[in-house]
Design a protein around this ligand. Sequence first.
Ligand code: TYD
Length: 399
Amino acid sequence: MNCRNCESPINQFMSFGKMPIANNFSITKNYTDYVFNLDPCYCEKCNLFQLYHQPEPKLLFHENYAFHADTSSGMMSHFYDLAKKIKKEFITKDDKVLEIGCNDGGVIEGLSAMGVSSYGMDPSKNVVDKCIEKGLKVDCDFFSVNTANKLLEKYGKFKIFVALNTFAHIPDLNSLLKGIDLILDENGIIILEDPYLLDVINKTSYDQIYDEHVFIFSLNSISNLFKKIGFKLFHAQHRETAGGTMRYFLSKKKINETKDLQHLLEIENNSNLNNVKTFEKFKNNCEKSRELLLNKLYNLKKDKKVVAGYGATSKSTTILNYCDIGPDLIQYITDTTITKINKFTPITAIPIYDHNFFLKNLPDTSLLFAWNHEKEIRDKEKKYINGGGNFFTHLIKDS
Ligand code: TYD
């Protein structure tokens, strides 16, 4: 396969092996659904990190989509802060905002409450229904050049295009870019936020690599990508949310690059991110992380300790399947999302219980799969920690 952006040959530097759909928590122990090879690749020409195979988006985003942003108060306040920034810095009177992948409310929930004309689009019916109940204007569809045309007919041009943790999910870059170009007015601003490649490399957070993340972007790859439709980066913000993300601001109109962007570009350009050796080292770090984690879990098993997983994240599917961890090593996973409770992790068949089960059966130790919400979880679980419980992760620093 060639690069999804520039069509140059891509370098497949490792394989995580066979994977189920990450969010496909099953009602039975036996998973008989779709599997694919999780093979990350890197394009040396345009710096785009991408998956070799990606399941059809319809298999991933549907009426039973398992992720609901309102399960995390941290995420909710993060969306609200961005809504305030958009209103303050970019909105004049009649400007309209479009958010794709708005999930159960996203940024448009805050913006609508502030009186800004805001519209959403998300392909998963269950989360769109929640938006509609909240009175938000949201269409249930995939964003593409076709749906952009329909939005244009319905609402006219938009000033702001927002996609948080969504852009990296869409494999058809050409249709996506054409759609954005079509829908934005000449002063249009694009705001994207996605897991940042340098964080994945630095923390060995290989669990960010799963079916939905068909791309993991960097400043250079985003910049190369948007050249196609004449948009330039003018600002970026690095955030610790979602395990380390970059927020990108792009415009067609000339806007001077901010100092923040220049500083972040300098860090990225000094990090060897564009060198294939970095990815060979990342592969070794993933193997090291797997070995350390398995040693720890087998020792805990030998000592007859109860180990729980905290958070049935999509990310956990990559860790569990890559390391081949089942219920003999992790007895259960706790999660607050109703649609995940009383199900099993796909293939690895670890039961998922609600938070009350965790509180009533405090485990000796917990593998923090939702490590991206560590602060929120540590604050919430003070009693567990003070009583001798602890959290650990699979993360290791690149060295
Ligand atoms: P998320 O951060 O979206 O990770 P991913 O994108 O990998 O799925 O999901 C966090 C999961 O953790 C979600 O299923 C809800 C759960 N969770 C808890 O169970 N308790 C908590 O306190 C928090 C913050 C999350």
